[in-house]
Structures are given as C-alpha cells and as structure tokens.
Design a protein around this ligand. Structure first.
Ligand SMILES: Nc1ncnc2c1ncn2[C@@H]1O[C@H](COP(=O)(O)OP(=O)(O)O)[C@@H](O)[C@H]1O
Ligand SMILES: [Mg+2]
Length: 308
C-alpha cells in the first residue's frame, strides 16, 4: 500500500533529511516511526502526504505514484488520509466544532451527517465541553486533540500522525495511542511519529527507527524492547518476520459498525482542501482572506439546498 524505494530528500538549502529509504507498509498495519529530533521523521511523513517531493527514488501509495502526480490530483489523493500535523494547523477563526466540521464540509458531506459525526468525534477525543471554543482558548494538548478529531472525522483509510502525543500528559498519550489502535483494528492503516520510546515500548507494534535520515531499524517491539537491526539485516530476515507477525495479528479484518461512507462530492474546492490538509501557502491565503472558508462553504451548501 505504501512503498518507498531508494528515497532520498535533500532540501533546497542542502540539508540531507533522508537517505536511501526503503520501506513497505501494508494495508492495516500500525507503524511507529521514532528517532531523535532532526532524524527525518517529519520529512518521511511529508513525503508520504505529498507535501514534499523526493530528490530521488519513488514513492507509491495505493495506485498513486507520488512523484508523477499532477498538482490538481493532490487534494483527491489526500482524501485517503487523515493527518495530524506536528504544528496542528487549526484554523484560528473557527471554533473547535467548525474546525472538525470543516474537514467534512470540504469533501461535500451533508449537514445532517456533519451534525451527527462531529460531536461524536469531539467526544471521542474528550473535548465535548470545548466545542464552542476557539483554538486560542485551548491548551496545547487540547489543540492537539482537536487536530486528532479532525484527522479521524472522515474515516480515512490512512492516518498519519506527527507527534500526536507531543503536548499531552502520559495518561492522555496512552489514551491517544489506544484510540489509534482501535481504529487500526477496524482496518485503518496508522503511521505515528513519536520520540517517546517509553510509549512505543508499551505496544506490540512495528517500529521504524530513523537516525540522521537513515532507517537504522525496522521490526516489531518484542518483550517491551525496540528491536535493533542493521539496515542490511532488514532486507532479509526482519522483513519476513514482520510480515509473519503482521499476518498473525491482522490477518483477519473485522470491519466494525462504521456508518456507511457518504458518496463524495465530485469537485472538491481545491483551495479549501489544500488549506485544510496543509498546503501552507494556500492555508495562509485563506487565513488572510476576509471571507472565512467556513462562511463560504456554508453559503455554497445553502445554495445547493443540501440542508434537511
Ligand atoms: N523545509 C526545510 N528546509 C530545510 N531543511 C529542513 C526543512 N525541513 C526539515 N529540514 C531539516 O531536515 C532534517 C530533518 O528534519 P525533520 O524531518 O523535521 O526531522 P524530525 O521530524 O525527525 O525532527 C533536519 O536537519 C531539519 O533541520
Ligand atoms: Mg518532526
């Protein structure tokens, strides 16, 4: 499902962020990505969501070849993903409720479904009493949970989370990972970056370790220890081991009582979608715009007569 082949990333200023990364992630896996600050974890995720392009190598996700993807396809591609950004990227002039609802509005969900689903997800992340607050009225941990709610709300196939526990206490961190685990058990692929090794060791998951842009280890947590394999070793034994364990654990998919997905709007507003999922330039334009994205989406929907 997610395939990195000989992927390297050198930023314009010459910083080598990733070198020769070869990673395959199957549908339904739960993968932690760990490593020190500057190791390349966020870059790895940004390549995955096509926020950055590799300097060399190929990245394939589902049927998409990210290197060849046209810009106008990116919003469609990202509909497959729920993304928790390290810097949250909440829209400051929208309430918690509207930040989460926005993610549904841009994909053309019906107001009726939004009214049902948004409070449900806000409740899941433990913020029902904050629904009417603006991001500036929330603590870092609360904002992080709003970002998580937004990533969950559309039932995406792939959840990509960059340090989703970076601003919350250990108990809340555990709860967040447990929540992601539950989602994973319904078939969602989860990729979570963290530098909290203690947290990772509590879960029986695959862990990819990055160090100075290189994958230095890739294997399952065993007996509470993060495995240390050399890269060459990885290509042989470790891969098979991971696969076997994975099949044992996830072989049988049990789809849970998720509500049916709404058919998605044919023509998403690219601007809104980019704003939402992190095209930074577009995001800024929308923030500086007089008319807020929420207002214009609502206006469109009213015109479309979508309301019940
Ligand atoms: N946009 C950028 N331009 C230049 N260098 C960058 C950029 N983003 C990240 N880097 C550099 O790339 C390296 C990896 O960064 P990052 O992927 O953010 O690491 P991590 O998330 O593991 O802390 C670091 O040296 C960082 O300074
Ligand atoms: Mg980072």
């Amino acid at each position: 499902m997610i395939d990195f082949k000989n992927v390297s990333k050198v930023y314009d200023n010459g910083t080598k962020a990733l070198s020769n990364v070869n990673i395959h992630i199957d549908k339904g896996e739960f993968v932690f990505v760990v490593g020190a600050s500057g190791a390349g974890k966020s870059t790895f995720l940004k390549l995955m969501m096509r926020e950055e392009v590799p300097s060399s190598g190929t990245i394939k996700i589902k049927d998409y070849n990210l290197g060849e993807m046209k810009k106008r396809k990116i919003p469609y591609f990202r509909r497959n993903m729920g993304i928790v950004f390290q810097d949250f990227r909440l829209i400051p002039n929208m309430t918690v409720y509207d930040n989460v609802a926005f993610a549904m509005r841009v994909v053309g969900a019906k107001e009726k479904d939004i009214r049902k689903r948004v409070p449900y997800v806000i409740n899941i992340v433990g913020l029902p009493q904050k629904a009417k607050c603006y991001p500036s009225e929330l603590s870092g941990g609360e904002q992080q949970r709003v970002a998580l709610a937004r990533a969950l709300v559309n039932n995406a196939d792939i959840i990509i989370a960059d340090e989703p526990t970076g601003n919350v206490d250990p108990q809340m961190s555990l709860e967040i990972v447990e929540l992601l685990k539950r989602l994973n058990e319904t078939g969602t692929t989860v990729i979570m970056v963290t530098h909290a090794h203690d947290l990772v060791k509590k879960f029986d998951n695959r862990v990819i370790v990055l160090d100075s842009g290189e994958v230095v280890s890739d294997g399952m947590v065993e007996d509470g220890e993060i495995p240390i394999h050399s890269s060459s070793h990885l290509n042989h034994e470790a891969k098979g081991k991971i696969k076997n364990k994975f099949t044992k654990k996830f072989g049988k998919k049990n789809k849970v009582e998720e509500p049916e997905k709404e058919p998605q709007k044919e023509n998403p507003d690219e601007g809104f979608l980019n704003a939402l999922i992190g095209d930074t330039d577009t995001y800024r334009v929308y923030l500086e715009d007089e008319e807020t994205p929420a207002a214009s989406v609502t206006a469109d929907e009213e015109k479309g007569g979508d309301a019940e």
